[in-house]
Design a binder for this molecule. Sequence first.
Ligand SMILES: Nc1ncnc2c1ncn2[C@@H]1O[C@H](COP(=O)(O)OP(=O)(O)O)[C@@H](O)[C@H]1O
Ligand SMILES: [Mg+2]
Length: 202
Amino acid sequence: MPCEPGRTSARERFGRADILFADPVPPHPMLDGLDEIGRGEYSIVLAKGDGERVLKVVSSPADHFYYTAEDRPAGPHFPRVFADHGVIGRASTGNLLHLIEMEHLYPIEAGSPASAAAEALAAAYWAACRRWADVGADMGRMALFDLVKTPPVGVTGSLFDGLRALADFIETYQVMPDILSEGNLLVRPDGTLVFSDPVFLG
Ligand SMILES: Nc1ncnc2c1ncn2[C@@H]1O[C@H](COP(=O)(O)OP(=O)(O)O)[C@@H](O)[C@H]1O
Ligand SMILES: [Mg+2]
């Protein structure tokens, strides 16, 4: 559940559990010898080594839609995807492993404008989650729609447009938002906040 009561911080309460994808990097000529720089519940991220691109092994169908769908959200706050290298195996969970080549993004720096925007977004989302806590699995979606109806303080301009595009995608693909878990929002080297991994299948 993206909203678990009884924990302390917004991220801990409404982010997802700290479970990591357990499979090893699948053998593949494009991945051999690359450094693993990130891992989440559904993905493994390897640096291409040029500082500009990563290869992401994706086991969640929701993520695959998000990175490759023709009608995926566009704009400055969405990750740039350079290539879909196709299916490279199957995870122990049974899901197909897709290999995506995308821009190398970086952690949000404390005290930066992107950090302030991410905090404002998290605070508004958390408050909305609390209002919808008793609808169960639809909570995150409902909370996101609340935010789109009423622009949260500190979430303006292109970021608000991005939030609206994300809500549209979530509605179209019937996936769930997760904009609170560690590492799901990252930044470009120029400081632009990017929704790098904001959906899951539920
Ligand atoms: N494009 C990227 N560039 C660099 N690191 C990334 C990128 N995407 C994700 N990461 C890192 O990998 C971790 C796992 O990625 P994430 O997209 O959250 O996967 P999951 O779908 O498993 O949650 C993130 O927390 C982040 O640290
Ligand atoms: Mg994630």
